[in-house]
Design a protein around this ligand. Sequence first.
Ligand code: GLV
Ligand code: MN
Ligand code: MN
Length: 426
Amino acid sequence: MEADVTEGFDIAAQPWGARAKARCDLLGLPPYSEVEGQLTRRFLTPAHAAALDALTRWMAEAGMSVRRDAAANLIGRYEGETPDAKALIIGSHIDSVRNGGRYDGPLGIMLGIDVVEALHRAGRRLPFAIEVVAFGDEEGSRFPASMSCSRAIAGTLDAMALEMKDAEGVSVAEALTAFGGDPDDIASAARDPRDVLAFLEAHIEQGPVLEAEGLALGVVTAIAAQKRLMVKIIGTAGHAGTTPMNLRKDPGPAAAECILALERICRAGTDGLVGTVGRMTALPGAFNVIPGAIEFSMDIRAETSAARDEAVITISAEIHAIAAKRGLRAEVHLMQALAESPCDPSLMGLLEEALADLSHPARRLPSGAGHDAMVMADLCPVAMLFIRCEGGVSHNPAEAVTEADCALAAQAMLHFIDKLERRERA
Ligand code: GLV
Ligand code: MN
Ligand code: MN
């Protein structure tokens, strides 16, 4: 049995801001990671369950009643003045990419817990409840699609998403059942828009802009559109030693051409177009076998769905042409599409006023990274607060934030809540 590093952690001894960061650090290793010596916490794994246990304890200590919904979201609720008050949902994701950083996602949850704890300690009730949510699947690092937890809350999760399988052939529905969730009752996780006031997500910027400008915080204007494709180039498996080069049907060089084509298309694109091949598998996968097929992912994003879609159409046509030229066959499957998602102008205004209270400039910036907020935007108005991270590095164990920036972010969130309260009482 692994030692529980969160046992005996003296929360009260941690200063404001340092605590949120320290909690993310505590969850950076086993049992909160699947892998020794690094942070890999994928959806519906024992590491995910261990992290939810720690969060449950911290949420309860901060004055929240805590529950899990059918989709494995962890939800802590701090009641408002009346039990039926609408909720301001504050949250982010607790899952990570493979060998990821400790703050991408968890920091937004920890800051939410800190903010609630401050209200609780002050004995303050608001005209709205606050719910802190830990979404389980923002990264999509286990199953091909992502954001199934926030989609379930927003009521936009389609049944097909539950049938998707991981690399071991386990479906989301099977893994969810083993985790204690309920795929057959997934609809019960959907929130009634009439019960939700707004969604606020604090997140590291994952880019270099704030640091370059010497700013701790930024207000997000919109989140980029993205599409995930799975591509398969199919040839003929054969002997690596006996098949002459001119008689091969090798999908490997074709896959290489496809990656170069994606790079060329995105370099020539507009509206912040970017494209990435982050995963590639040669089948069957051996030194001495010409692969029978190569499978690879494509992640394509832009500030507008139009620019993204134009790139997807162009690359899909090129993939088929590259394969045909070499006597191969290509399949291109769309795994996920997320439209660009603007943040709510009036909530952005409140965040800017909160920053002004702290004498911090109101720097607005878009997000190239995806966030649960883009899915929550289907349910309610959303706002996002960005926090500077060192060197803009993310999806990398070197991810780093300062305690001072975390403290300022928590204060900004409290000021935002003050302003929302004033607006709701008006
Ligand atoms: C998540 O971090 C994403 O942008 O894909
Ligand atoms: Mn991420
Ligand atoms: Mn994230």
